[in-house]
Design a protein around this ligand. Sequence first.
Ligand code: ADP
Ligand code: ZN
Ligand code: ZN
Length: 724
Amino acid sequence: MTHSGRSIVVHVALPLPLPRLFAYRTTAPLPPGVRVRVPFGARLLTGLVMPAPDDEAERVLRDIAEVIDSLPLFDVDYLAFLAFVADYYHHPVGEVVFSALPPSFKQGRVRGDLPRGLALTAAGKAFDPALFGRAERKRRLWAAIGAHPVLPPAAIAGLGKGFARTVKELMAAGLVERAALPAVWADAAAGPPLRDDQRVAVERIGATSGFAPFLLFGVTGSGKTEVYLHSIEAVVRQGRQALVLVPEIGLTPQLVERFARRLGLAPGVLHSGCTPGERARVWEAAQDGRMPVIVGTRSAVFVPLKALGLIVVDEEHDASFKQQDGFRYHARDIAVLRAKRAGVPVLLGSATPSLESYRHARDGRYTLLRLPHRGSGRAQPAMRLVDLGREPVADGLSPSLVKALAVRLDRGEQALLFLNRRGFAPVLFCPECRWHAPCDRCDARLTVHLARKQLRCHHCGRERPLPSTCPQCGHARLVRLGEGTERIEDALRRQFPAARIARVDRDSMATRAAFAEVVRRVHDGEVDILVGTQMLAKGHDFPRLTLAAVINADQGFYGSDFRADEQLFAQIVQVAGRSGRAELAGEVLIQTHHPGHPLWQPLLRLDYEAFAGLALRDREMTGFPPYMFCALLRAEAKDADGAQAFLRQILALQPLPQGLIAGAIVPATMARRAGFFRAQCLLTAERRTLLHGWLRDWLPQVRALPQARRLRWSVDIDPHSLFF
Ligand code: ADP
Ligand code: ZN
Ligand code: ZN
């Protein structure tokens, strides 16, 4: 704050794509971290008061219109951390600050009460469930709510589809009411006694003081979550808070339930599906220290915590931790930065760590904690490659796979078929004139969706009716090439008419509840064959599942992306983890055209560390992360050469120092998307400081160009993928 005459100048972060703070005048001093309303052009915007920057060359513009908060939402340390993050990602500080606030706070929402759940009323407690008669859903809900003082909302979703209506009915009947979730939910249930490997891990984590990064390496079922729970419990007992980050797909009601039951408290849950009110309440309770444990997806990494004691990142390799547009941060990396600044341990868990984290652990910068146990009652499944060069496939199914499926159906066991493509077929093709249904706005083929009789572009969303004849030559027999989940489902129904088949992908599973319902059906043995995308790969225990198959593994090895190998490995380990128990031996079939690839050896043994050794050597030779530090420049323009010309122009603004390399300016993998021509250029440096220092000097020059306002462009720091 500076005094100029009788007024005081404060610096305000605004949710705008401009890389600076804005100076405003006020008459009374304002602490950093409070929200204000300020005039900006003709609008009034909500902003956040920041600590004064070092350079204060800004001209004082106008007066603050209104002060919203009496107490700061963030302390000065946390604001400095956000400013540091903005600087690291070279992203406008206002957008970074506002991504750390619940969206409703942009409108200046006032602070509210505790998160709420459901409880039985006095009448509900006295109710005789026999009176429900045959209303099974009401009975189940009543019992679930009655089992706890207050049931968290997430646990209701875990009951299955359509329970929201049942909740309303029981509320209308006066049996159930909304009630504040108590910090202490119930008595904590004791977990199993720890094995030695787990105990050593918990002790080492607990023995740290200050910042300490750990990589907890163990397959699904090896007991990582038990280690998290014990470490969290210790932190909570000291009156401090734990932040747990999980991938989008990992945040299931079952997980929340397990945390609640074991810790004896209701964790605050933050994910994209939360209502604005729920999000704001959890955020506030986290910020002022009332909420001891927060479990959330990517953006939860920014939740301020009064007494942070531990950060856990489960499935730390998961791609959903990287934001792919706008403010392109990586939540795992931010978690590590945050733990460092807060001086607390950070626990990264995975069965298939990112090569970045694994290298840190191998080189001793992170403590590597191995959990070698496979989990009780689990056996390693038999892994088998199916050579698609030798076996003819019909609709994606090889004879080996069909045979393996028939055996499972015979024995009443379950099978899971896994592939990464929605829809029926990726391509509609005319054998006569070689027409391929193209998207007119992208360099992409339209995907056939038979159920809706549509062609759909998975990149821009364009939809067209499915033609029955070739639009180019009129030929009547169009051929559908390739496989999507719909087509596999269709082929299975023809092959096994009596089998009960369920498909799980974004098209068939519109809601969380629909997904929970399928999971329940599989669990209860009402499904024989499950076909799906990666939605299926993690986190659900299906006791009768003995066969898992990967329909086409080759995208993994021959995709043009440098992380493709790592992702394929992770996928196969997850798929393998779905299959097999001690009493029911599991099998994994992987269909590939390239059975000779060297990475199959460690893969078929599910030997992550051997795989990582090979893959890291590859990365070192080819000059990719974690050996090099990268920033990906991207541009999109309406005219054919605009994007490439722009990249050429901006790269010429400032010479590159020794050790910083700009790759070729090339069209993006998809050179045209949604009507925009796209180009990219990868910057690589051996030292992070070299890359970032250069960007810091260079970006203001780019932003000052008039052209920079006429097309879309971005800088992606530590890009997850070169696909664009
Ligand atoms: P992960 O998080 O690695 O998948 P979990 O912690 O969820 O593993 O453990 C898998 C299963 O094994 C769970 O049902 C858990 O209760 C059980 N389990 C974990 N540790 C032990 C142990 N020490 N003794 C007995 N069962 C355990
Ligand atoms: Zn044709
Ligand atoms: Zn398109």
